[in-house]
Design a binder for this molecule. Structure first.
Ligand code: PRX
Length: 657
């Protein structure tokens, strides 16, 4: 872009903190009328506007049932099928329009039309049926970014079998844990996939996961190149071979109650065990479709690219369910954004004339670091840009706006969580000015608040706990198999848990935030023991449990260190059993344990072997002090510790004298 233009943008930014969407954007936007907020304030009726975007087999009798808080029900009595909403209902108008536009890292490409998707999902649904999968069986899917992933998800949805997708980067143990927790008797996986030019052997993880679960699951293996891998175990079923028996099969979609679960998505919390967030069919799909339309401004004719992974909630809601429910073209890409070269993202955007692009602050910081020269030879023209997953610093925001958006695209910074199903805080793009660093205003119908630790509302722009005081259709139903944990984790802190009036119940996000005087929310990050590493949510307790698996380790504490590119990275502090001398082999074993229990993406940045961990007199590990050390901050008051000399000793070890 011309340098003169960038000067103007900077001038506008320093003049005031706000930027207006350009008139050409506003003129074409899906939502241009501020009264949308009034309509949604009519609780719960307002949310029917989202439900009406879907096709229902049976209309709901009641919009919201809050009689058994916090087990809220949405669109009660309604019946629908998610695969019908994402595929069948588009066939009359766009049988030949591309639904999924897939780019393999090795140069493979596929244009899967809505007609193709209908055929392939039906055939896969028929295959699932033929091996005995029935309504309500939970299917674990451990697939990377290949068409097999959305096809398998939608095939599950067609027969009413909730899916539980595990991000491909998770280890065998993580897959086994999730299968065990969900009593899942089918694992759908693949022989391998490409990342940075290398063909990763995914089957090794499959074998190890199968060996680790006590029950004997069925295993369906897709192959990345149609031919079955020679190393396939005899008891596994090769999908492409078996699909030949199901050519042109049609499977009558199973109508699901609005409240029947559509999927589980495991996420990290403050304990060592990930929680299965259970999402309902009707409310979730309505919310994903509604926010895709209102926030992402998706129209059927658009080419939309969310560069997240379908293995996380962002990909579920905003690569698969939301965009396909609206009948648009959704791009998906295998592999890493720096392979085969650091301009590949922009090459793909140019090739497919992508209109809307969606990524994370970590990726934006990476693109910035790689430099503008990687953008220069590509012509891309985005109308709308999204960011999600972490707070975005104004510097990265400005770079995104200027270099990726050319100063004309709108940017929405979307705050939400695995649990929330869809966006909760972000601007409807044509209605509000953009403000770098602030997620924006609450979405229609959403009522956030900032409260202090006693639950009192904070007036003025001070930091506090971000809570949501009114239910919404996209919210999780429960933690799979553990209603108590659901209440304990998300509600108990600020709710009157004996009350059966839903208005006495408040959802706790675990994030800290500030409500600025203009009503915009600035998200500060997690207040609990959850860190955000390159947009991946990881519980410190999960890491600690993995570290103490190493036999030499006596105790461990993990802290988050602020990292310029990844946002946060884990530092591991470990003390060893009596008589064991620290050495590099133990450090390597600790890293290996984390990779085996969780996955390579959770690898710590530093492992620090210490004589002792700082503890209170009652023996509680003071992680806060370790976090100060990791982040080069001064140590606070250490006089109440059992041994006040310990943190100073560790500080010297980490920071030098
Ligand atoms: O801390 C918040 C951060 O990501 C957490 C949710 O992570 P996860 O469940 O993996 O879902 C990520 C994608 C929705 C939140 O508790 N987070 C998410 N979006 C933002 C954010 N932090 C700041 N700004 C955001 N826009």
């Amino acid at each position: 872009m011309a340098s003169e233009e960038s000067v103007t943008i900077e001038a506008r930014l320093s003049d005031r903190d706000y930027l207006r969407p350009i008139p050409a954007f506003i003129g074409q936007a899906n939502v241009t009328d501020h009264r949308v907020y009034d309509r949604f304030d009519d609780f719960p009726e307002g949310f029917t506007e989202y439900a009406e975007l879907l096709d229902w087999e049976d209309h709901w009798d009641e919009v919201f049932d809050g009689s058994d808080p916090p087990f809220f029900k949405w669109f009660v009595g309604g019946q629908l099928n998610a695969s019908v909403n994402c595929i069948d209902r588009h066939l009359d108008d766009r049988q030949n329009q591309t639904a999924l536009l897939w780019e393999g890292e090795d140069g493979d490409q596929r244009n899967i039309t809505y007609g193709d998707l209908h055929r392939e999902v039906n055939e896969m649904a028929s295959l699932l049926r033929s091996i005995g999968i029935e309504e309500d069986d939970i299917v674990t899917i451990h697939l990377p970014m290949v068409p097999a992933l959305p096809i398998t998800m939608l095939a599950c949805a067609r027969i009413g079998a909730p899916h539980s997708v595990v991000f491909a980067g998770f280890s065998a143990s993580a897959v086994a844990d999730r299968m065990r927790d969900a009593d899942s008797e089918l694992l759908v996986t693949i022989d391998g996939y490409y990342r940075r030019g290398e063909f990763l052997d995914h089957l090794a993880k499959t074998n190890a996961a199968v060996d680790e679960v006590e029950h004997d699951p069925d295993v369906l293996v897709w192959s990345r190149h149609d031919e079955p891998a020679t190393s396939l175990r005899r008891e596994y079923t090769h999908v492409q071979t078996k699909l030949a028996d199901h050519r042109r099969d049609r499977v009558e979609p199973v109508m699901r109650d609005a409240e029947d679960p559509l999927f589980l998505m495991y996420t990290s919390g403050t304990t060592g065990k990930p929680k299965g967030c259970q999402h309902r069919t009707g409310g979730y799909l309505a919310y994903a479709a509604g926010t895709s339309k209102y926030v992402l401004d998706i129209k059927p004719g658009d080419t939309y690219w969310c560069a997240a992974d379908i293995g996380w909630i962002t990909g579920h809601s905003y690569i698969v369910y939301g965009p396909l429910a609206l009948g648009t073209t959704s791009v998906m890409r295998e592999g890493s954004p720096d392979h085969p070269h650091q301009g590949i993202v922009w090459e793909v955007a140019e090739r497919h004339a992508v209109d809307i692009f969606h990524t994370s602050p970590t990726a934006i910081r990476m693109f910035m670091k790689w430099g503008e020269e990687h953008l220069e030879s590509y012509e891309f023209d985005f109308r709308h840009l999204t960011t999600v997953g972490e707070p975005i610093q104004p510097e990265a925001w400005n770079w995104y706006y200027e270099h990726i958006g050319h100063g004309t695209a709108v940017i929405v910074d979307t705050w939400w969580q695995t649990e929330t199903g869809g966006h909760l805080i972000t601007n409807l793009p044509a209605l509000w000015d953009m403000k770098p660093g602030s997620a924006g205003l609450p979405c229609p119908g959403i009522e956030p608040a900032i409260v202090d630790d006693a639950g009192q509302s904070i007036e003025g722009d001070e930091a506090g706990n971000l809570v949501i005081t009114r239910p919404w259709p996209g919210m999780l139903q429960t933690v799979y198999g553990d209603d108590e944990r659901f209440i304990e984790t998300y509600w108990a802190r600020f709710s009157d848990i004996d009350s059966d009036d839903w208005q006495d119940w408040t959802y706790v996000s675990g994030d800290g935030a500030i409500k600025e005087p203009d009503g915009y929310y600035r998200i500060l990050g997690r207040l609990d023991d959850v860190m955000n590493v390159a947009g991946h949510r990881i519980g410190t307790m999960e890491l600690e449990s993995a570290v103490v698996e190493v036999p030499e380790v006596a105790e461990a504490a993990v802290t988050a260190r602020v990292h310029e590119e990844k946002g946060q990275v884990p530092d591991v502090y470990a003390s060893l059993r009596d008589g064991i001398e620290p050495d590099d082999g133990i450090k390597a074993d600790i890293i290996a344990a984390i990779e085996a229990e969780i996955g390579a993406f959770a690898r710590p940045s530093r492992v620090i072997l210490v004589d002792d961990l700082p503890k209170t007199r009652s023996g509680k590990i003071m992680r806060r002090l370790l976090e100060d050390i990791s982040n080069d901050r001064d140590l606070g008051d250490t006089t109440t510790l059992r041994d006040p000399a310990v943190p100073e000793q560790i500080r010297r070890q980490v920071q030098g004298a």
